[in-house]
Design a binder for this molecule. Structure first.
Ligand SMILES: NC(=O)c1ccc[n+]([C@@H]2O[C@H](COP(=O)([O-])OP(=O)(O)OC[C@H]3O[C@@H](n4cnc5c(N)ncnc54)[C@H](OP(=O)(O)O)[C@@H]3O)[C@@H](O)[C@H]2O)c1
Length: 289
C-alpha cells in the first residue's frame, strides 16, 4: 500500500498562537548515542533536510544526543531553510539544571544549532538534586533575553508540571514531552486529560515504540492485525495508523525519528486525515489486551 502524500498539518502550541507541525522529526541516535559518532553525518543531514521538505518542520533535539553532535547536525541541515518556517526544540540535561548551568547549556545549544533563539527549550528529565524553582528561574531569564521563545518540560508528572508552572511569572509552560504510543498509554490516566484541560501540548515521543509497532504487525498480534485492518480501510499503512492514533487527541503532536527516506515519507503521510472514533476505540481495545 502506498504511503499518503499530503502536507503535514499544523496544530496550536499550548495556549499560544504558534502553529507547529503535528508530525515533526526526532533526532535521538542521530550523531551518536551518549557520545558523538560522525560515521553517518551525511545521511542524517540529508534526512533532516528531507523531513523539512516533507513538512516535518518541527525538529526535536537535545544537548545530550550524541553529546551535542545531534544539534550540530540539525544546525548544518537547517542552514538553507527560512528560519521562520522551522520550529526547533532542544533540551537541557538534568546534570545541568543549576541556574548558571542552564544559561551555559542554552548558549552551547544555540552555538551548535547556529541559531539566535531556540523555539522550545525543555528540561529533559526532572532532577532530585536541584530545586525546580532554580532551573525555571533560569529558563525564564532565557525567555526574557529572547534566547528561547517558549518553555517546556519533558517526562514531568502532573504534580511536577504544576510545580514548574508555579515557578514562572511572565510566561507559562507550553508543552510536556512524554512517551506515548499504542503500547505505552499510561499518560491517559491523568497527564493527558490534565494537559488538555490546562491548554498544554503533549509532545509524544517514541510514537512507534522504537520499532515495536512494526514488529506487532510482522508478528500478527491482535494489535498488529487491527492496525492492518484499519490501514486497509483508510488506504494507508499500519505505521501511519499508529502515528495517527497518537494524534487523535487535539493537544498532542509527535516526533517520530527516521533516517530512511521511505520511513520519512511514510511518517509525514500519517498527517492530514483522521481516524473515526470506532477505529480509534478498536485500536485502544486491541492494544490493551
Ligand atoms: N524526552 C525524552 O526523554 C525522549 C525519549 C525518547 C525519545 N525522545 C524523542 O522522540 C524521538 C522519537 O522517539 P524514538 O527515537 O525513541 O522512537 P520512535 O520514533 O518510536 O522510533 C524510531 C525508530 O522507528 C523507525 N521508523 C521510523 N519511521 C518508520 C516507519 N515509517 N516504518 C518503520 N520504522 C520506522 C526508525 O528507523 P530509521 O531511523 O532507520 O528510519 C527508528 O528505528 C527521539 O528521536 C527523540 O527526539 C525524547
Amino acid at each position: 500500500m502506498m504511503p499518503r502524500n499530503v502536507p503535514v498539518l499544523k496544530r496550536g502550541l499550548g495556549k499560544t498562537s504558534e502553529r507547529v507541525a503535528e508530525i515533526g522529526l526526532g533526532t535521538w541516535m542521530m550523531g551518536g548515542g551518549s557520545k558523538p559518532d560522525h560515521s553517518k553525518d551525511k545521511e542524517c543531514i540529508e534526512a533532516i533536510k528531507y523531513a523539512i521538505e516533507l513538512g516535518m518542520t518541527h525538529i526535536d533535539t537535545a544537548e545530550m544526543y550524541g553529546s551535542g553532535h545531534a544539534e550540530e547536525l540539525v544546525g548544518e541541515a537547517i542552514k538553507e531553510f527560512p528560519r521562520d518556517e522551522l520550529f526547533i526544540a532542544s533540551k537541557v540535561w538534568p546534570t545541568n539544571l543549576r541556574y548558571d548551568q542552564v544559561l551555559r547549556s542554552c548558549d552551547s545549544s544555540l552555538r551548535r544549532l547556529g541559531l539566535k533563539s531556540i523555539d522550545l527549550y525543555m528540561i529533559h528529565w526532572p532532577s532530585n538534586e536541584v530545586p525546580l524553582r532554580e532551573s525555571m528561574r533560569a529558563l525564564e531569564k532565557l525567555y526574557k533575553d529572547g534566547k528561547i521563545r517558549y518553555i517546556g518540560v519533558s517526562n514531568f508528572s502532573v504534580e511536577l508540571l504544576e510545580e514548574a508552572r508555579s515557578c514562572l511569572s511572565v510566561t507559562d509552560v507550553v508543552a510536556n514531552q512524554v512517551e506515548y504510543n499504542l503500547l505505552s498509554r499510561s499518560i491517559e490516566v491523568d497527564l493527558l486529560p490534565h494537559c488538555r484541560r490546562e491548554g498544554i501540548t503533549i509532545t509524544a515521543y517514541s510514537p512507534l515504540a522504537q520499532g515495536k509497532i512494526s514488529s506487532e504487525v510482522e508478528r500478527g498480534t491482535k494489535l498488529g492485525r487491527e492496525l492492518v485492518r484499519v490501514a486497509r480501510k483508510h488506504g494507508v499503512t499500519p505505521v501511519q495508523v499508529a502515528l495517527n492514533w497518537v494524534l487523535y487527541r487535539e493537544n498532542v503532536i509527535t516526533i517520530p525519528k527516521a533516517v530512511s527516506k521511505k520511513h520519512l515519507e511514510e511518517d509525514a503521510g500519517a498527517s492530514g486525515w483522521r481516524l473515526d472514533e470506532q477505529d480509534y476505540r478498536a485500536l485502544c481495545d486491541a492494544s490493551a489486551s
